[in-house]
Structure formats: structure tokens, C-alpha cells
Design a protein around this ligand. Structure first.
Ligand SMILES: Nc1ncnc2c1ncn2[C@@H]1O[C@H](COP(=O)(O)OP(=O)(O)OP(=O)(O)O)[C@@H](O)[C@H]1O
Length: 376
């Protein structure tokens, strides 16, 4: 797919900015806090309807405004040039969003998704290995939303059940209501049904990503390291388990935590607490990996994400590199730049052009950004 132009209004530190992407590679240069990440965030929002940095739309809308807008024209390779897609996303500090495709309102998120596909690689992604389980869960969710847009509905359903179950547990903890086994069993059943759908999809995604990530990981590390990626719910689980078996193990785990959940006033079992284990030669990459090993691993995961999306969608997604190139050593940079080639439309942000290969820069369009204004 090709992103032809982006128009952002009252979004983060931008007032009204239009950018045309006339080359497969765009480099955005600017000092810190000028709006580089904000621009990439706008593109990622169109692809996933989620920000990788904040959860509330009020943080995305420009301070002092009530409504922000991201508009893009893109071109899918399966459609003729005369059928560009016009996407519009309006967000309000109240949280209400309006989504339009070619001028037509889309009531459901899943009807908007799938028009833009993108892979973001930012310094925040180093948290994928070193950070909390939440960053790994968020990563899986972001990839799944693009691979199968219906996932956004499944995620919303689960989160709604979780919120209600947590509210009930909190009221029990605070003594506002009595624990009633029958009432709780209803919520348990919904948590298990909606949660199992997420667990199975996340685990299936890892089964598809692992061989690709392993390939990249071996290529970058020189072939001596063996990567394993495993989905770890709070109960015993294998990816080949039947749905009924997962349900049963999930229920048993909830039952075991029954008393402490009432005591803590929150749900302790479910995909919101799951972990993804990343091991190199059977050793935890998070606890024992060197910084270099962790960087190689994150790069391998991102390249796997790119390759998987490309094979499922049938064309390369956009690649958004937020100030990460300078953080990679030359060998890792080479792997990344070779993998991108000229096939993948890439938008790169950087504070200085010094770390870029001169030849590579020749084929790129370069913009400057300062105080939320982009110039060429
Ligand atoms: N909702 C908002 N309204 C107005 N300005 C905002 C909003 N959110 C962020 N900003 C401003 O955007 C700027 C940060 O931009 P951005 O995160 O894109 O930085 P950057 O250019 O990528 O720099 P760095 O290299 O430090 O990451 C800051 O000046 C911040 O105050």
C-alpha cells in the first residue's frame, strides 16, 4: 500500500499540516519535541485506531481544542490508481470518534480498519523485551487488529466484561454488596468465553510469527542463538488445546483465585494478565539478555511483524521508524535497510542525518519539522 498524503489538524502539536509522500522513503528531521513522533503516531492511528503512547483521545487532540482530525489519501496495490482511498478520523477530547472512508461514515471500527497497514518501530519497542508483560500484550493486540480487524471487537467485548467483573469485585471488597456465587458465576462464564477468544488468537499469532522471527534472529545474530516465543496464560496451556479444555483450565484458575480476587477487588486471571515468554537458548531474554541481544530480538520481532503482515495482506505495509535507526549498530541497520529495500514505503524520523548512508539518502525525500510545522 502507498500513503500518498496526510493532513492533520489540531492533533498533538500540529495546527493544520499537510504532507505529500512523493518518494518511497521519507525522512523527517527535527530536534527533540518538535512533532516527529506525533506525525508517525497519526499514521499508526489510522492503521490500528490505537495510539502506542496514550490511551485517551484527549491527549491526542491539541491542547485547548476539542476536536482533532487525521486525514489520509492512500492507494492499495489491488485497486487501480483511479481509486485512491480517502480516510478521515476525527477525535474529540470527550472520547467520541468519527470515522469516514471515502466520505462515508463508518459506525464500526472494523469497517475502517484494514485500509492502512503499518508497522511502527520506535525506541518504546525496546520495552517489548525488557518492559512489563503489558507491552508484549499490547504488541500482540496491535498486530492482531491489523491481521483480523474483527479482533478489535473481541478485545472491546472482553474489556467490557472485565470492567464489569472488576466493578463487582470492588464493591464486594468495599462491603457495598455481598458475594453471591451465582452472580459471580455469570461473570466468570463471560470472562472465560470472551477471554479464550483472545488467548487463542494471540497464541496462534505467535505460532505464525515465531518461525519468521527465528529466521531473522539467526540471520542477525550469526546463527548461534535459538529463539523461542511462547504465550503464557495464568493456567497450563498448549496452543493445540481444544476450546473446551482451555475453558476448563481457565475456570479452574479463576476458582483457585476466588478468595484473593475478593480480597484484592480485581480479576487476577485472564488475557489482561497473560505473559509472552521470549527465550534465547532457553534463557529468558528479559532477565539475562545483554542489551545487544535484546536489540537484535526486538529487530527480529519487528521484521517478523512486517513480513507476516505483508504475506497476509498481500502487499507490504508502511514502515514507521521513529528515531531508531541511529540506535542500531551498522550491522543491524543493514539488516533492516536491506529488508525494506524499495518495496516498503518507509517514513523515518531522526534528529540528525549523520547516521544515514549517503547513497540511501539520495533516494529519500527529506522534510524538516520544527514546532509542529513541516517544511521541505
Ligand atoms: N495534545 C497536545 N497538544 C499540544 N501539544 C502536544 C500535545 N501532545 C504533545 N504535544 C507536544 O508535542 C511535542 C512532542 O512531539 P513529539 O513527541 O512528536 O516529539 P519528537 O519530535 O518525536 O521528539 P523526540 O525526539 O524527543 O521524541 C511536545 O512539544 C509536546 O508538548
Amino acid at each position: 500500500m502507498y500513503l500518498k498524503s496526510l493532513h492533520i489538524k489540531q492533533f498533538r502539536n500540529y495546527i493544520d499540516q499537510e504532507v505529500s509522500f512523493t518518494a518511497p522513503k521519507t525522512v523527517i528531521v527535527g530536534n527533540n519535541a518538535q512533532g516527529k513522533s506525533n506525525l508517525l503516531e497519526a499514521v499508526l492511528l489510522l492503521a490500528t485506531l490505537r495510539s502506542h503512547r496514550v490511551s485517551k483521545d484527549r491527549d491526542l487532540v491539541k491542547n485547548g481544542s476539542t476536536i482533532g482530525e487525521i486525514r489520509a489519501i492512500c492507494q492499495r496495490s489491488r485497486l487501480p490508481e483511479s481509486y485512491p482511498i480517502d480516510l478521515e478520523m476525527q477525535m474529540r477530547s470527550s472520547g467520541k470518534r468519527t470515522l469516514r472512508v471515502n466520505g462515508v461514515n463508518q459506525a464500526r471500527h472494523l469497517d475502517f480498519l484494514g485500509n492502512v497497514n503499518a508497522v511502527m518501530f520506535s525506541s518504546l519497542d525496546l520495552d517489548l523485551v525488557r518492559g512489563s508483560p503489558e507491552s508484549r500484550r499490547n504488541w500482540l493486540d496491535t498486530v492482531l487488529i491489523q491481521l483480523e480487524p474483527i479482533y478489535i471487537n473481541l478485545l472491546q467485548q472482553y474489556n467490557q466484561v472485565l470492567r464489569q467483573r472488576n466493578a463487582l469485585l470492588k464493591s464486594i471488597k468495599q462491603g457495598q454488596i455481598q458475594y453471591e456465587a451465582q452472580q459471580m458465576a455469570l461473570w466468570d462464564a463471560q470472562l472465560v468465553t470472551t477471554g479464550t477468544r483472545l488467548i487463542r488468537r494471540r497464541s496462534r499469532l505467535l505460532e505464525r510469527l515465531t518461525p519468521i522471527a527465528r529466521h531473522w534472529h539467526q540471520a542477525i545474530s550469526g546463527g548461534s542463538e535459538y529463539l523461542e516465543i511462547t504465550y503464557l496464560p495464568k493456567f497450563s496451556f498448549t496452543p493445540t488445546d481444544l476450546v473446551e479444555n482451555i475453558h476448563q483450565s481457565f475456570f479452574e484458575a479463576i476458582l483457585q483465585k476466588n478468595i484473593i480476587e475478593q480480597h484484592q477487588g480485581t480479576s487476577l486471571v485472564g488475557p489482561h494478565r497473560d505473559e509472552v515468554s521470549l527465550t534465547i537458548n532457553a534463557t529468558s531474554a528479559r532477565e539475562y539478555g545483554s542489551q545487544g541481544q535484546q536489540r537484535t530480538l526486538v529487530l527480529a520481532l519487528k521484521l517478523a511483524e512486517l513480513e507476516l503482515l505483508e504475506s497476509v495482506i498481500g502487499e507490504p505495509p508502511l514502515l514507521l521508524l521513529d528515531d531508531v535507526l541511529a540506535e542500531l549498530d551498522l550491522q543491524r541497520q543493514d539488516h533492516l535497510l536491506n529488508a525494506i529495500g524499495n518495496r516498503v514505503q518507509t517514513i523515518i524520523t531522526t534528529t540528525h542525518l549523520g547516521s544515514f548512508d549517503a547513497q540511501w539518502l539520495k533516494s529519500a525525500r527529506i522534510f524538516q519539522v520544527a514546532k509542529g510545522e513541516i517544511s521541505s
